[in-house]
Write a protein that binds this ligand. Structure first.
Ligand SMILES: [Zn+2]
Length: 326
């Protein structure tokens, strides 16, 4: 009995030993492959900063004084990390942001190197070192994400603000299009501060339910987005989309610059030929956008079985899909 137990123990120990050896060999192989791939993909400086936690010299990176509209993506994996909307002039010599695009896309951990206590910021997807975050930023977060330019890749983007009835529908139409980076439901068209859904729904304001779409013009054009906009709702019914009635549901394009205004007017005239009734879409200068309450964001994805999603949004998407395939 005792002898059997010893033999079983030796076998178990051998299996465990072999398993550990194989595991060690495979992990070494993976690491060296990753490292080789990264050495091929990245420049020497990119590798040093993102993989060996280096820091570029202040005022030397390409983005510390860069203020175009767009996204700053991870140079290693391409993850969208910071938006130009949160970038500010910190005079520190590195690109500074008061918040990340999505907290879930970055990881933060304590860093005790160089005799200091700092919070290191890394890309959650690929562990690339990005920089550090400090508590001396501007409002609303009072944080300063101090990031190496070398860790980032800038992608130019544009913004368009469109109202086509209920914003749950509009958001669903645009959010999964290739080239669209972000879609946010909100209110535009009035000046009252901090509008709520209840106030806008009352029809007592000039706010319209809109979506703010951030897109990459290299991947999808403003004209294409307007074509989808005009095809995804009825632009001939004044202040009404189906059963949704009121000025808050009006068809509207808020242009951000003269170029957008001219393109919007040209698209409207072109699309008019496809309609018997007159297109009533308003084309107005953009003033301000207020993000709608959190429960309105991603409504279709969060509530796929909601009757409005089933009977209004789903058929609309199917119809649009057929149109886009033509
Ligand atoms: Zn990454």
């Amino acid at each position: 009995m005792c002898k059997n137990f010893v033999i079983q123990f030796i076998y178990l120990f051998m299996y465990l030993f072999i398993f550990l050896i194989l595991f060690f060999i495979s992990s070494c192989k993976d690491n060296s492959m990753n490292k080789n791939d990264l050495l091929k993909k990245l420049t020497k400086e990119q590798f040093h900063i993102t993989q060996e936690k280096g820091t570029e010299a202040a005022f030397t990176g390409i983005y510390w004084n860069h203020f175009e509209d767009g996204m700053y993506n991870c140079v290693v994996c391409g993850e969208k990390l910071f938006s130009s909307e949160t970038k500010f002039e910190s005079h520190c010599g590195w690109p500074s942001f008061f918040s990340a695009m999505d907290k879930n896309k970055i990881q933060e951990k304590k860093d005790f190197s160089f005799g200091m206590t700092r919070i290191e910021v890394m890309c959650k997807n690929c562990d690339a070192h990005l920089g550090h975050v400090f508590n001396d930023g501007p409002r609303p977060t009072e944080l300063r994400y101090c990031i190496n330019s070398v860790s980032l890749n800038f992608e130019k983007s544009e913004t368009v603000i469109l109202g086509s009835g209920c914003f749950w529908c509009s958001e669903t139409v645009f959010e999964d299009l290739d080239g669209v980076t972000d879609v946010t439901c909100g209110y535009s068209g009035d000046k009252i501060e901090n509008p709520t859904y209840e106030l806008v729904s009352s029809g007592r304001t000039n706010y319209a339910e809109v979506v703010k779409i951030i897109f990459s013009p290299q991947k999808i054009s403003y004209e294409k987005l307007l074509d989808i906009f005009f095809s995804s709702h009825n632009p001939t019914t004044l202040n009404q989309q189906g059963n949704d009635i009121g000025t808050q549901y009006r068809s509207v394009i808020f242009y951000l610059n003269e170029e957008q205004k001219i393109t919007a007017e040209n698209c409207k005239n072109k699309i008019q030929k496809k309609f018997k009734e007159k297109i009533v879409t308003e084309i107005s200068k953009f003033k301000q956008f207020h993000k709608a309450e959190e429960y309105h964001q991603n409504y279709f994805k969060k509530n796929p079985n909601d009757p409005y999603c089933t009977f209004v949004i789903k058929p609309k998407l199917e119809k649009l899909k057929i149109h886009l395939e033509k």
